[in-house]
Design a protein around this ligand. Structure first.
Ligand code: DGP
Length: 117
């Protein structure tokens, strides 16, 4: 899929619209989800323009690994790592992806059922 940089996460990355930032480094940012599905719900978003996980390539390996490391770090910072958290990447319309800039959802702070939706 061709990356379209008018999506809302591209605009947050360009600081055109605000977000409740939890982390920023040279590869990614993490900020709270606008429509939280758990007491803690944040997104880890790479700075690289990747539309979907389905579009990731070998060149994205380090970035993708970094997103998961940061997911765990932010959970430790928020005090929810010990009790448990869930990471989710929706890739494509049928999986429920609505913003076409790859992102990792991180949910915590309540019991999470399995399988998800
Ligand atoms: P997905 O459906 O997997 O593409 O998830 C997109 C998530 O992005 C959804 O949980 C709501 C969140 N979201 C959408 N627009 C905004 C926004 O402007 N700010 C923030 N912080 N989150 C947003």
């Amino acid at each position: 899929m061709i990356y379209d940089d008018s999506n809302v996460f591209a605009r947050i990355l360009r600081k055109e619209i605000p977000a409740q930032l939890l982390h920023e480094d040279h590869l990614c940012i993490a900020f709270r989800d606008l429509a939280p599905q758990a007491p803690v719900h944040f997104l880890v978003v790479p700075k690289r323009p990747i539309a979907r996980l389905a579009d990731a390539t070998d060149e994205d390996k380090a970035t993708l690994g970094h997103l998961l490391v940061i997911a765990g770090k932010v959970c430790r910072d928020l005090g929810v790592a010990h009790d448990g958290f869930r990471t989710v990447i929706n890739s494509g319309v049928r999986a429920g992806q609505s913003v076409f800039h790859l992102h990792v959802h991180v949910l915590a702070g309540r019991d999470l059922r399995w399988p998800p939706g």
